[in-house]
Design a protein around this ligand. Structure first.
Ligand SMILES: C[S@@+](CC[C@H](N)C(=O)[O-])C[C@H]1O[C@@H](n2cnc3c(N)ncnc32)[C@H](O)[C@@H]1O
Length: 298
């Protein structure tokens, strides 16, 4: 009973002190307190996982820890940086300051690409996937987790992100089918082993224009690596490169699948349609009707 009163008190407090960002729809005052409550009890969980479990009873020492965690969150530290956990496509990942915390919106790309991967697995057997700009490895690992016939090679320019991705790979026991490399975009794969042979190539690139970075919420820009967001002067520096370079790696009928920022979908689709290397196109829209994912096949 006392614990219930404490819990409700904290939810009311967090409700007043915190504003939750739109790109973290899983977070609310209640889910925040539940997640930090479990952490104080010694159980580091994602928000989604914390919502599935009953609240444990907290002893005095754990209640002190809970108070510290709530204060950190009130100071603007992202919830996932306090717990070091985030769920993506149903898997629990280790996250932190070394890579972007995977967002729910990227599951649109994840499930669209997984749909293609499953189709290919059905028709062909083994599926060869490359994921660039991999960050914590969320997409690469989710593909291998959900489709056992997938072999994934993934890379990021940021060494720290790759070291986190490798930690996740070990933790999820996927090391026999997922490999991580450090390097610029597709450069780690510029060998005969990958040319003209990839079934699906995915990318969630940085796509915010450099000039807009400063106006991003403090909770994002002060805590997450700017390399994860900075897409150059017009936001499409990496996207332009990936559209141009991907066909060299894709097999005949292979798919490029990538996430785009708001407003970037239509112009990028036009650019792809003009490129003779691509023949079929699909898009995925969010719930407000905006294109957030483009898929193009050779
Ligand atoms: C938006 S984050 C995506 C991270 C992760 N895939 C996800 O979905 O959450 C973009 C990632 O691209 C990486 N990146 C930026 N420029 C790059 C480049 N030239 N080559 C490879 N990776 C790059 C960043 O380090 C960052 O991890």
């Amino acid at each position: 009973m006392e614990q219930n009163i404490k819990f409700n008190e904290l939810v009311n407090r967090v409700d007043k002190s915190l504003s939750i960002l739109e790109d973290k729809p899983e977070e609310s005052s209640e889910s925040t307190v539940r997640t930090l409550w479990h952490l104080a009890a010694g159980n580091a969980l994602s928000v989604q996982r914390a919502l599935e479990l009953d609240l444990p009873v907290l002893e005095a020492e754990s209640l002190e820890k809970l108070e510290e965690y709530i204060k950190l969150r009130e100071k603007g530290v992202p919830l996932a940086h306090i717990t070091n956990r985030q769920q993506f496509m149903g898997i629990e990942l280790i996250v932190g300051k070394d890579a972007l915390v995977p967002r729910k919106e990227t599951e649109l790309l994840g499930y669209a690409a997984l749909g293609l991967i499953n189709e290919i697995a059905e028709n062909k057997g083994a599926v060869k996937v490359i994921d660039v700009c991999t960050g914590s490895g969320n997409l690469a690992l989710a593909f291998a987790w959900h489709q056992k016939r997938t072999i994934v090679s993934a890379a990021d320019l940021d060494e720290k992100a790759i070291s986190l991705a490798k930690q996740n790979n070990k933790h999820l026991k996927l090391e026999s089918r997922v490999n991580f490399f450090t390097g610029d975009l597709l450069e780690p794969f510029a060998t005969d082993e990958y040319f003209n042979s990839v079934d699906v190539l995915t990318c969630n690139p940085p796509y915010i224009s450099s000039g807009k970075l400063e106006s991003m919420p403090d909770e994002i820009i002060s805590f997450e690596p700017s390399m994860a967001f900075d897409g150059g002067p017009f936001g499409i520096k990496i996207l332009g490169r990936i559209i141009k370079e991907a066909p060299k790696y894709l097999n005949d009928g292979g798919w490029l699948a990538f996430e785009v920022g708001l407003g970037q979908g239509e112009p990028l689709l036009k650019r792809l349609e003009k490129n003779k290397n691509y023949k079929k196109f699909r898009t995925v829209k969010n719930e407000t009707g905006e294109i957030r994912v483009i898929l193009a096949s050779t």
